[in-house]
Design a protein around this ligand. Structure first.
Ligand code: URA
Length: 425
């Protein structure tokens, strides 16, 4: 019997299970333009309510991958392994981790998207380096992986094109926050990128895409299962995103902090998380005896970043933009910082110009927030807690408004939160 689009919609609407044929018919038709946006929107909303079981989700993801090309990295000559983060505030880990893992002998093909909303994108951060170019051909990606072992670039239009159309539709139909849709969207792009193995950094807490531990765990388990179904060895770490990671939030500000970590210094949480993720990646790549801490301390990871940036047209020694206007937010009382809300800091950085509301908006390289005090730190009344950077002074009021209630000061420090909450394999 011929597959019918209305049957697909009715089946999911009524809580039934879709066949593999129905799923392929739907995603192929939507990518080819023979199934309309309103029909796809109806199916997405039915999936939000009814879900997809493991077999349906695996087929859904396979069909998204098959809508485009799957890169073949077999000529690279090193084991390939990548990392994906579900997005956090001040999360500059990729800038350190990608060259670090490459310096330890693996090849890291990080094909990324841009930041949207209150979390920043790695491509936007790297674009604050003068001359650096995000768009590379597949041939350039392969050459860089062979020569340097590391590449961070924009995912081309050929990777999982069904996801690009579906994601744009989800964005305007309130169907983004559904675990099967998020998991398939992330994993289809990562699997299509051709990596042999993948480590997922699934954020939990105020600044995370899905703040609750329960939802983050389900997302992590679902993505690890999809990796296994598609032959990509996958491990997930659930990590804390209640407060921003490190101190700097904003594109050029984060590049400076990432370089400090690559020089063996930097904020301890950024170093610790990077080293935990590196150990997982190297383990999956069969390079578990490598010593990533030594590669940070001896400069070899920094040297790999320099080579990667130069190969993509950037000048690693070039001047980074600095904001013309800087304003501080003082502590209202003496005591200890008990809480610093990552989402509020992310929204403030975004309002200062560091992020975009629509994907075609420009971002400011220099704008952002520096957290001068973090949870656990003692502070005096009036001491600067946050430093706001902007190119346009008119942006300060909206950023300060976003920070109302974001910092809690108390007489005692709060119990420290673990950075790594759980590991799912
Ligand atoms: N990031 C993605 O790539 N897809 C989603 O659905 C959500 C976050």
């Amino acid at each position: 019997m011929a597959t019918d689009v209305l049957d697909v919609l009715r089946t999911k609407r009524d809580g039934g299970t879709l066949t593999d044929e129905q799923i392929r018919f739907f995603l192929d038709g939507y990518t080819a333009g023979t199934i309309a946006d309103e029909q796809a929107a109806a199916l997405l909303m039915a999936i939000v309510w009814r879900g997809l079981d493991r077999r349906e989700l695996s087929t859904w993801t396979a069909a998204m991958i098959a809508s485009g090309e799957r890169l073949d990295l077999s000529s690279v000559g090193r084991p390939t392994v990548d990392k994906h983060s579900t997005g956090g505030v001040g999360d500059k880990v990729s800038l350190v981790l990608v060259p670090l893992v490459a310096a330890c002998g693996a090849a890291v093909p990080q094909l990324s998207g841009r930041g949207l909303g209150h979390t920043g994108g790695t491509l936007d951060k790297l674009e604050s380096i003068p001359g650096w170019r995000a768009a590379l051909s597949n041939a350039e990606v392969l050459a860089l992986l062979g020569e340097v072992g590391a590449v961070i670039c924009a995912a081309g239009d050929g990777l999982a094109p069904a996801d690009r159309r579906l994601y744009a539709l989800r964005d305007v139909t309130a169907t983004v926050e559904a675990v099967p849709l998020i998991a398939s969207s992330i994993m289809a792009k990562k699997i299509a990128e051709g990596t042999d193995a993948l480590v997922l950094d699934v954020k939990v807490g105020a600044g995370a895409f899905l703040p609750s531990l329960e939802q983050a765990r389900i997302l992590a388990e679902t993505m690890v299962g999809l990796g296994a179904d598609h032959g990509v060895r996958t491990v997930a770490l659930l990590t804390d995103m209640e407060a921003p990671l490190g101190r700097a939030c904003g594109n050029a500000l984060e590049v400076v902090e990432a370089i400090e970590v690559l020089q063996g210094g930097g904020p301890p949480d950024v170093r610790a998380l990077t080293l935990s993720l590196a150990a997982e990646m190297l383990g999956l790549a069969g390079l578990g005896s490598a010593d990533p801490a030594a590669a940070l301390d001896d400069g070899s990871a920094l040297d790999t970043l320099d080579r990667m940036v130069r190969a993509q047209g950037g000048d690693p020694d070039g001047p980074l933009e600095q904001a013309e206007h800087v304003r501080t937010v003082p502590s209202p009382a003496a005591g200890f910082v008990r809480r610093l809300d990552a989402r509020a800091v992310g929204v403030a950085a975004w309002r200062l110009g560091a992020g975009r509301a629509r994907k075609e908006d420009p971002v400011s390289a220099a704008a952002g927030v520096v957290c001068l005090a973090k949870p656990g730190d003692p502070v005096e009344a009036g001491q600067p807690l946050l430093e706001l950077h902007a190119e346009d002074e008119a942006r300060f009021d909206a950023a300060v408004a976003a920070l109302a209630g974001a910092v809690e000061i108390g007489p005692e420090p709060a119990e420290p939160r673990p950075l790594i909450i759980d590991r799912i394999a």
